[in-house]
Ligand binder design. Structure first.
Ligand code: PAY
Ligand code: ZN
Length: 309
């Protein structure tokens, strides 16, 4: 179990260290895990994905775990890499994970906005967006969670490149978003998409762009409630549940709305710890407790997906 490994899961890491740890996981679990480079960022960093697969065939039903789309939400990549290791360790031991991987593949993208993530280490801890250049503006970056082709440019996104919720010049203008979207469309058999953000402690489902209920809202709400319940079992952490629009605010062009409107019924977004005491600067001492409780929630979703596809 990664015995000769010196990666500390209870600390925040650079992009380089996270990518190295992904290679390390593959080294220890080569029959289960492999890496896939699905593209490159604006500044040419790898969009580096872990693929968990036990089965034959190329387009098995699949689940996508997305993290770090917003650069400053550091507990998201930290939780994703912890989760990746957990999946690898638990395969063959945990009944839910083992049976799920018999039937489905799992893809984990721990840092979906690598340029932004690096920038939060080198220049500005609170950077949110990508680092793409906006012609005609001195302001940098697009909000990748407003850049998807789902009600692009609608309510809760802003046309000003200087805004934190700038939607970008056109849908999937951000190569980081396009890489994920293209991979998922080409694959064609994703059943579940989970996007990890922080902070606020919420399990969210579509829509963000409208108050209108999603067709599957009742089922998604039930799953999200069970997810929050399971998550709270570990240490009582309370999560709120609802659609993005109803319990946060309007957000057009968001990741999970795109997933949902492209046929991925089980689309959820987590807002991880905390509720604002530390906010984005969640102390590293809370990484493992966050990842552990989140895992109970994720397993609730995974089990439901396994049984309903
Ligand atoms: O998770 O997709 C979601 C909801 C919308 C998020 C967004 O604005 O993109 C909510 C915020 C986020 O995680 O980016 C919440 C945080 C605290 C923020 O920056 O306002
Ligand atoms: Zn976010």
């Amino acid at each position: 179990e990664l015995s000769s490994n010196c990666f500390n899961y209870g600390a925040y890491h650079t992009l380089e260290a996270i990518h190295k740890e992904m290679d390390n996981i593959v080294k220890y679990y080569p029959r289960l895990v492999s890496t896939v480079t699905i593209g490159h960022s604006f500044e040419n960093r790898s969009m580096y994905v872990l693929k968990f697969s036990t089965g034959e065939g190329r387009q098995r039903p699949a689940l996508w775990l997305n993290a770090g789309i917003h650069a400053r939400e550091w507990v998201s990549p930290a939780t994703a890499i912890w989760t990746a290791r957990k999946i690898a360790c638990d395969y063959g031991k945990d009944a839910i994970i083992t049976s799920t991987l018999k039937k489905m593949d799992i893809f984990v993208l721990p840092v979906a906005n690598p340029d932004g993530y690096v920038y939060t280490h080198t220049h500005n801890r609170l950077w949110r967006k990508t680092r793409s250049v906006n012609p005609g503006s001195t302001c940098i970056g697009t909000d990748p969670n407003r850049n998807w082709n789902s009600s692009f440019g609608g309510v809760g996104s802003i046309a000003d490149p200087c805004s934190e919720v700038y939607h970008g010049p056109y849908p999937h203008s951000e190569v980081e978003v396009k890489s994920v979207a293209d991979f998922i469309k080409k694959h064609g058999n994703f059943k579940c998409f989970i996007d990890l953000h922080s902070f606020s402690q919420m399990v969210l489902y579509p829509y963000g762009y409208t108050a209108t209920k999603a067709q599957d809202a009742d089922e998604l709400d039930m799953v999200a409630r069970n997810t929050a319940k399971a998550l709270a079992m570990l240490s009582g952490t309370q999560y709120r549940v609802g659609s993005i629009f109803s319990i946060t605010y309007a957000a057009s062009g968001s990741t999970v709305d795109w997933a949902y409107d492209n046929g991925i019924k089980y689309a959820f977004s987590f807002e991880l710890r905390d509720t604002g005491d530390y906010g984005f600067a969640l102390p590293a001492s809370q990484i493992i407790p966050t990842a552990q409780e989140t895992w109970l929630g994720l397993k609730t979703i995974i089990e439901h997906v396994r049984d309903n596809i």
